[in-house]
Design a protein around this ligand. Structure first.
Ligand SMILES: Cc1ncc(COP(=O)(O)O)c(C=O)c1O
Length: 459
């Protein structure tokens, strides 16, 4: 069975580039087939895998395709698939340390590598989450527990208008209601306006509320902006607020020593969200949270029960004491095995290469008639739009949407856009380990051709 599955998977991966980067996503013709009743008896494995690999999986955004420059890519390293296979086949329990101490130690080791790459101190602790959303949630809970205690209703948190929507959703889940979440404006590069942040904190303090948390972004999803982390950190320390950095998109750039200045201030934050399923190229399902003072995370999540062995002390890493889960997948093995198989230097080189490729695309797009780069890439993501003399902002939006559709219809790369502050921007994010110079050249050619056609239509 395993050999049959591996053969299918290997064929699938080898053929990724032969499929369009944006697959057909209509399933109207196969909905009935997909909604079939549960079979009364066992089916042949090959029989059920055939439609999965031949048809269903291709009806999707090509998130593993080398030309996937949409949303935030990652690619999905095969090493993690091997790790998942081993974890599921051995099925050991990594919720509590005592149930599989050697395996939990591997997870602690992988977290410690992340800690070191982020420049966090030895007392930092964290946990491997399902993704960035839960890491941000857990950070908000830890900050709330430390700084608000029972004064929940008075607590106010701050984030820019560009923060990922999971932060406001997490605030709500954590009991911070929408009227206590302040949206701070951004500058022309879409980064948080620190002066406006300071004014908002002062106004809330004067009104008798309790400012407790600033969430800044180390790479926003819309345009890739990095908030001024040094200044925000200094303000938080001065006013005794918790500074959480959502680095779901960008934190892994800190792993590369020569790129660290782009994320200056990240190492001084109280907590940071990372998403190995983005910047470390893993498949979906692995995020991470690191909290500077591990005790702050532990005291917000620690719990036990009479039927369980007593939790380990602060020196012994016990996953269930640092996050909301008890039974959980052994996510750390994906990170641990990947780093073992590739080594730190190769991963660093791949991350650095994504930035170099992005700078190359941005420089070449800038030369194309009608294309406007709206913000230079802070890391490996930037927004742009199409404009011709005499066009209104609505004309720009319509033409930019048409450009994205034309590029995607060509099938060699997939890009997406975003609407923010009433404008539509196309965006490119290079972060899949499979994206190389060839795909960058395709992107530039396809965007140039689409821009030319759209401009010719109005001239
Ligand atoms: C900056 C940022 N924060 C948070 C998230 C949410 O992460 P996840 O989808 O892993 O839950 C994303 C997802 O793209 C993101 O880009």
């Amino acid at each position: 069975m395993a050999a049959g599955v591996v053969e299918r998977v290997v064929q699938h991966i080898a053929s990724l580039g032969h499929h369009p980067a944006l697959g057909e996503t209509s399933i109207d013709d196969i909905r009935a087939e997909l909604r079939a009743a549960a079979p009364r008896s066992a089916q042949s494995l090959e029989g059920v895998l055939a439609p999965f690999f031949d048809d269903w999986v291709h009806r999707s955004f090509g998130t593993a395709h080398p030309g996937y420059l949409a949303f935030i890519p990652g690619g999905g390293l095969f090493s993690a698939a091997l790790a998942d296979f081993i974890s599921a086949a051995t099925n050991r329990y990594t919720g509590v340390q005592v149930a599989a101490p050697a395996l939990v130690e591997l997870e602690a080791t992988a977290l410690d590598w992340l800690r070191e790459w982020m420049g966090f101190p030895a007392e930092a602790r964290g946990w491997f989450t399902t993704g960035g959303s839960l890491a941000n949630f857990s950070a908000i809970v830890a900050a709330r527990e430390k700084l608000l205690g029972e004064h929940l209703r008075d607590g106010v948190m701050y984030a820019s208008s560009q923060v990922h929507h999971c932060v406001t959703k997490s605030a709500q889940l954590a009991g911070i209601l929408p009227d206590r979440v302040r949206t701070i404006g951004v500058d022309e590069s879409f980064a948080m306006d620190v002066e406006a942040l300071s004014v908002a904190i002062d106004a809330d303090t004067a009104a008798g509320l309790r400012p407790f948390l600033v969430v800044s972004s180390a790479g926003t999803t819309n345009t890739g902006a990095v908030d001024p982390l040094v200044e925000i950190g200094a303000l938080c320390r001065q006013r005794s607020l918790w500074h959480h950095v959502d680095g779901a998109y960008g934190a892994f750039f800190h792993m590369v020593p020569e790129l660290r200045p782009l994320l200056a201030g990240l190492s001084d934050a109280d907590s940071v969200t990372l998403d190995p399923h983005k910047g470390l190229f893993l498949p979906y399902g692995t995020g991470a949270l690191l909290v500077r003072d591990g005790e702050d995370l532990r005291s917000a999540h620690a719990a036990t029960a009479g039927y369980l062995p007593p939790p380990g002390d602060a020196e012994t890493y016990d996953p269930s004491q640092y996050g909301p889960e008890l039974s959980r997948p052994f996510r750390g093995l994906r990170v641990w095995l990947t780093v073992q198989m590739y080594g730190v230097e190769r991963l660093r080189a791949a991350i650095a290469e994504k930035r170099t490729l992005t700078l190359d695309i941005a420089a070449r797009l800038e030369q194309i008639d009608g294309l406007v780069i709206d913000a230079a890439p802070a890391l490996s993501l930037f927004p742009f739009h199409l404009h011709a003399p005499g066009w209104t902002p609505d004309d720009d939006d319509g033409a930019t949407r048409a450009l994205v559709d034309r590029v995607n219809a060509r099938g060699r790369v997939m890009i997406t856009g975003c609407t923010t502050a009433g404008c539509y921007y196309a965006r490119i994010c290079v972060l899949s380990f499979r994206t190389r110079q060839e795909q960058v050249d395709h992107a530039v050619d396809d965007i140039r051709n689409a821009a030319r056609e759209l401009l010719a239509a109005v001239r």
